[in-house]
Design a protein around this ligand. Sequence first.
Ligand code: 2AM
Ligand code: CA
Ligand code: CA
Ligand code: CA
Length: 276
Amino acid sequence: MINRDWAALEEEVTSWIKEAASQLRESLTKPLEISEKSAHNDLVTNMDRSIERFLIGKIRTAYPDDKIISEEGYGDGVKNKHGVLWLLDPIDGTLNFVMQKRFFAISIGIYENGHGRAAFIYDVMADELFHCISGSGAYQNTRKLSALTEVAIDDALIDLSPTWLKPNRRIHEEIMTDIVRRSSGTRAYGAASLELAYVAAGYLDAYFTMRLSPWDYGAGLILIGEVGGHYSRADGTPIDILTKQSVLAARPGLHEYMTSHICEQVNHGRFISEPR
Ligand code: 2AM
Ligand code: CA
Ligand code: CA
Ligand code: CA
């Protein structure tokens, strides 16, 4: 194990995030430079890039041996999980940032040899930081989050990314409509890191999406693990933190119910497909 003062790191990273957040709030008073990436609703702004550069500068100065995977391309070409790896999303929920000017987050997950060590998800406009150092409990600002208990699907509030309705969906729509019908209700907030933090906080009982990148789920999965939640890919197989994949995270019991239900439907000929 690497010898590191995780409590000092938590304080330091929190101060970087708060500084980045004030730059983000300030930017909302001025015109944004917006460009399209893969599609008209896949956006990047000058602020995604500038916050990523700002945070990476801080990380590289303080922890020069660590490696970084980040969305906008200023990180490292990381091929393995050795050492300390930061999974960084400077703005998670860019479409919300642009269109709603709220409900977006800075997300940072830190792994050591593939094991989650620290997580930070900061809802910039709500001033709400979900954070943990593994083994020391998870917090929403200063409030300690409770361990997650079980819930039956008919009482569950489930967050489903609506990409399953899009033409290039990765899952047979009957698998999803079945979940919608069985659950107590569904939600979709458009910022994966916050949606995962809400599962950790017990505001949502499950979150399921067919395609997320390491910087989207890196911090959220550490938080969920810290409060006893379960997570995997759609078919129940483990998540590999270096790749894009489906993510199903939920309260214990509900997670197993949903993955086995999905596998059962796949066995009956309905498809799911992992991103490549
Ligand atoms: P982003 O805002 O950082 O791009 C929106 O449904 C959620 O999914 C957001 O957390 C968004 O992160 C993430 N996401 C992952 N891949 C995406 C893509 N190709 N286009 C838009 N959002 C994506
Ligand atoms: Ca993006
Ligand atoms: Ca993201
Ligand atoms: Ca992003």
